[in-house]
Design a binder for this molecule. Structure first.
Ligand SMILES: C[S@@+](CC[C@H](N)C(=O)[O-])C[C@H]1O[C@@H](n2cnc3c(N)ncnc32)[C@H](O)[C@@H]1O
Length: 198
């Protein structure tokens, strides 16, 4: 599976579609993220919503009191998301070639990592690590390998893949088996990982 390219032209996706029909669209904050930040009593801090797409997750985090930056590789996604609020610093950035110099207390990746090609994963991890403060948290939600693999769409990710890739730089606090709630039914099976930068 790792040799199959599943890359998409993200700019085409957002240029040609309304946000609310996209399979990953969820107006409310993802339930796994809600649970995690409530449990930790987190109410403030610098957050990066990586691969923000429609911007919904960034907007909900900002409403909770976080100081949110949100980035995406698609210009059209960022242009549309910017129209929704002035409270978020939205801009175009490719995580594989990031220009971001700031550091964050928390990075949310809901659905970006699993679109990254296997050969680019190390680069993704190095850049995430660079952007997190000491002890900063990464909340990562991706398709799991329990979701049937049709050969298209996001890469299916197993717990052991996350362990192998992230353990060197992150303390993996937990990996939960969960679902992606969006427009696609039945809900795709997902992993939700909570990791702390070492
Ligand atoms: C499945 S969508 C999820 C969007 C959003 N996080 C959400 O939950 O609604 C994946 C997003 O990752 C973005 N993306 C893909 N590769 C990226 C990269 N290299 N750098 C930044 N964003 C990227 C895509 O443009 C897309 O918006």
């Amino acid at each position: 599976m790792d040799t199959v390219s599943r890359s998409r032209d993200w700019e085409e996706v957002y240029k040609n579609n309304k946000f609310d029909i996209l399979p990953w669209f969820r107006k409310k904050l993802d339930q796994d993220v809600v649970r995690e930040i409530k449990k930790r009593k987190m109410k403030s801090g610098a957050v990066l919503d990586l691969g923000t797409g429609p911007g919904t997750q960034a907007i909900e985090l900002s409403k909770l009191g976080f100081n949110v930056t949100a980035t995406d590789v698609s210009k059209s996604a960022i242009k549309e998301a910017k129209k929704l609020t002035k409270d978020i610093n939205f801009f175009v950035d490719d995580i594989l070639d990031t220009k971001i110099k700031n550091k964050f207390d928390l990075i949310l990746d809901r659905g970006c990592f699993h679109t990254i090609e296997p050969s680019d994963r190390k680069r993704y991890i190095n850049n995430i690590k660079m952007m997190l403060n000491k002890n900063g948290l990464l909340l990562l939600k991706c398709f799991s390998d329990s979701e049937p693999d049709t050969g298209t769409g996001p890469h299916r990710i197993s717990e052991s893949m996350l362990n192998d890739l992230f353990t060197k730089d992150f303390l993996i606090e937990k990996i939960n088996h969960t679902e992606f709630r969006g427009k696609r039914k039945p809900n795709p099976k997902a992993l939700f990982a909570v990791m702390r930068k070492k």
